[in-house]
Write a protein that binds this ligand. Sequence first.
Ligand SMILES: [Fe+2]
Length: 238
Amino acid sequence: MKITDIHCHLLPGVDDGAKDMDDTKAMLKIAADDGIQRIMFTPHIRRPWLKRPWSKVLEAFEKVKEYAASAHPQLELYLGSEFDYSGTILREEPHQLHDLSGSGMILVEFKPYDKFDRIREGIQQVQMAGYDVMLAHIERYDVMLTDIDLASRIADLGALIQVNADDIVHPGSFKMRGYMKKMIDRHLIDLAGSDAHDVKFRRPELSKAYEIVKKRAGADYADYVFGGCADRIIKRDV
Ligand SMILES: [Fe+2]
């Protein structure tokens, strides 16, 4: 098992994450120092970046791989994306979708205020388009915090559930704190990612969250959430 950041915005100049290569270098160092061994870059697929040619992302990925090969040779780097769900894009511009490193799995996000039915239907639409789904940061959708059983319903759809590590370490409210504890206790989380955007407020770190999950639910489950489940995706064995 390798500690894996399955969701982050570290590629330079392709979305609202790392601004330039200096930013990327600083963030890679934070990740490596934190013990992260594998990173899936997940640039946003949503406005205002829809017109950004994917070739620009590929170019940035190659540049970062080249740098990391000498600066952090132990780091494994992969490319995916984070799809802000849009039925229109799915129907009319399916070429905009990019899975997690050829796994056939798409990281899908919704709006914080979206209702459960929209999230469920969105997941099913992406599945019907032929992909597996990983739901990004489930704890960020207001409706999910109202009823823990909604997470089970997402799992029943066959989607994997990702949470942001920072919401485990620093839950923004008592409600969020309680929700994250229940999600851990019921083993409803499949993966944790940093969703890092910068070096200051949303950093690429997972180690503190790993320790919390390990203490609460045991090492086997923590290993699954922080690397084991990602192993299966990367090896296309989901
Ligand atoms: Fe994200």
